[in-house]
Design a protein around this ligand. Structure first.
Ligand code: UDP
Ligand code: MG
Length: 322
């Protein structure tokens, strides 16, 4: 089989501490795969600098001079991990690159798994998911919250792959199909299983971050989980509707009960029941409005059709030839 052209896309947000190590490691990996004739010698690494405030972009430039085979895109400001991945993939759609692998810049996902991914792709898989079979290096908190999240997602009928983050290989067929998904707020892990085609999986153990600290604090994690759920399911709204119907039904029964009580001469002060009903219903209504508001907010974000990201600068081979 003829060697394929591979591009490894890495989102990077303030990764000055790790990016040199990462590049050295991936470059070594590229060389050995080139030597084994699995990939072509013009395969490359592409950083998407997500508006870093540290020396990340400077280092990308430096690494490009040092290794060649390094390309880069720099966002004008921080647009988020998912948008960085989208930018990298969009950039490579319709080019002569055969396979695009996305992987985090901190190398928590085992780069060696890329070799297996390429093998599977060569064996006819269009999309290969990296799946963590060992999360012992993640904190207990992260593991449990992640597990809970996958459970909620599947309960809501969203087909996502448990323990698969955004470490995956896609070919041009998948990239082209992906380009038709134009929503602003993307949850890639939920989108790719929808695209279909021939799927493969590669299992690996998740490692510690090489250096630096997580760029996903709790706040971003919650936001990310909420996007995942509201992007793929309207079950929360259905739940609110059913709850409303249920409460309405019960209140009608209660009304009938009170009416008969009154008809048979029973009167009560009723203050406690009144207070409880008001507070309970008030609370439920706020929750319901909140959930519905969440979706309306989402519609608002989508109809504005703002750009998902803005590119400030690019380093690629095409520009150099021009
Ligand atoms: N990242 C990004 N933009 C952000 C946050 C993170 O591009 O706003 C990148 C980050 O540089 C890394 C990847 O996304 O390459 C995953 O982030 P991180 O390792 O901090 O997340 P964790 O592994 O802790 O979930
Ligand atoms: Mg990480």
């Amino acid at each position: 089989m003829a060697a394929k052209k591979l591009a490894i896309v890495l989102p990077a947000y303030n990764e000055e501490e790790v990016i040199e190590k990462t590049t050295a490691r991936l470059h070594g990996l590229l060389l050995s795969m080139i030597e084994n004739k699995k990939i072509t010698s013009d395969s490359f690494i592409m950083y998407v600098d997500d508006g870093s405030k540290d020396r990340t972009w400077e280092l990308v430039n430096q690494l490009r001079a040092q290794y060649g085979q390094v390309q880069g895109i720099r966002f004008s400001t921080n647009f988020g991990h998912q948008n960085a991945l989208i930018a990298g993939m969009t950039h490579l759609t319709g080019t002569d690159v055969d396979y695009v692998v996305t992987i985090d810049a901190d190398l928590q996902d085992d780069p060696e798994a890329i070799v297996d991914m390429v093998d599977l792709a060569n064996a006819g898989k269009d999309i290969v998911y990296g799946v963590r079979n060992d999360r012992t290096t993640d904190t207990l908190f992260k593991r449990y919250t992640a597990q809970g999240f996958y459970k909620v997602m599947s309960a809501l009928g969203v087909n996502s792959i448990p323990n698969h983050a955004d470490f995956r290989l896609v070919n041009q067929k998948v990239l082209k199909a992906f380009s038709a998904y134009q929503e602003r707020e993307m949850f890639l892990r939920g989108i790719f299983p929808l695209i279909g085609f021939n799927e493969g999986r590669v299992y690996y153990a998740r490692a510690e971050r090489e250096a630096g600290e997580t760029k996903y604090p709790l706040r971003k994690m919650i936001q990310f989980a909420a996007t995942g759920i509201t992007s793929f399911s309207i079950s929360p709204i259905t739940f609110v509707r059913n709850l409303g119907i249920g409460i309405f039904g019960i209140s009608i029964l209660f009304l009938i009960y009170i009416f008969f009580g009154w008809a048979f001469g029973k009167t009560s002060t009723g203050w406690p029941t009144l207070m409880v009903s008001i507070w309970m219903l008030g609370g439920l209504q706020l929750v319901a409005i909140g959930i519905i508001g969440e979706y309306i907010g989402k519609i608002f974000m989508e109809v504005k059709h703002r750009p998902r990201y803005i590119i400030a600068e690019e380093l690629n081979d095409y520009d150099e030839q021009a």
